[in-house]
Design a protein around this ligand. Structure first.
Ligand SMILES: [Zn+2]
Length: 213
């Protein structure tokens, strides 16, 4: 249900860009559920480590706009979103992420009942909101070429590793703050602020992260 609701918050794109709609819904759904307190972040990082490789290009791939397999549409799109979220956070000292770009697109009226939005136009609205060119650049890299993403390196930089049933988080990893930023919920933090100091809150979030349900 969460996946379907995410679709409402993005314009209806032509068939060659179907991957951005399904990729967003696939990527945003678990993160939104962590932010709403329904899932632990350990669970969704474990799932991403398991599922993201499905989105890598196979032999004969011609980029996201031209390869309409299930795996490239859903998980190839999700890979685009993961890269975008990390890159926006790297460019903004972790103050903004993909969520900020998506909210700006909705604020400009970019919802599922709109059919006349161009891909470049949608991405530009998102980029303007974060003051970056991340979405437009990544689209240029992935739209018509079989770009291989170095997922092992991404997990190492974020400090996440799946060890059979247990998740291991490395808080000294280069992008550990970005990993926490991705699932952080400003609304939930405000709620918690009345009960914990900021330091106590961060400790609690770290402790929550390592528990796999
Ligand atoms: Zn869908």
């Amino acid at each position: 249900m969460t996946h379907e609701f995410v679709h409402l918050a993005f314009p209806d794109m032509p068939p060659q860009h179907h991957w951005i709609e399904e990729g967003l819904a696939t990527y945003v759904e678990p993160i939104a559920r962590v932010q709403a307190g329904q899932l632990k972040s350990a669970r969704i990082w474990r799932d991403m480590i398991r599922d993201m490789p499905k989105g890598e290009p196979e032999a004969g791939d011609r980029g996201l706009d031209n390869t309409h397999t299930w795996a490239r549409t859903y998980w190839g799109g999700a890979l685009f979103c993961l890269r975008a979220d990390i890159a926006i956070r790297q460019s903004t000292s972790n103050r903004m992420g993909l969520q900020d770009a998506l909210r700006a697109i909705v604020a400009k009226g970019g919802t599922l009942d709109k059919e006349n939005w161009f891909m470049e136009g949608v991405l530009k609205v998102g980029d303007e909101a974060t003051g970056t060119k991340v979405l437009e650049q990544l689209y240029g890299e992935m739209k018509d070429k079989p770009l291989q993403v170095d997922l092992a390196n991404i997990w190492a930089q974020l400090g996440v590793a799946a060890d059979r049933r247990k998740m291991v988080f490395d808080d000294r990893a280069q992008l550990a703050d970005i990993r926490r930023g991705i699932t952080r919920s400003p609304a939930r933090e405000t709620q918690m602020a009345s009960r914990f100091t900021t330091e106590e809150y961060d400790q609690k979030e770290s402790a929550d992260e390592s528990k796999v349900p």
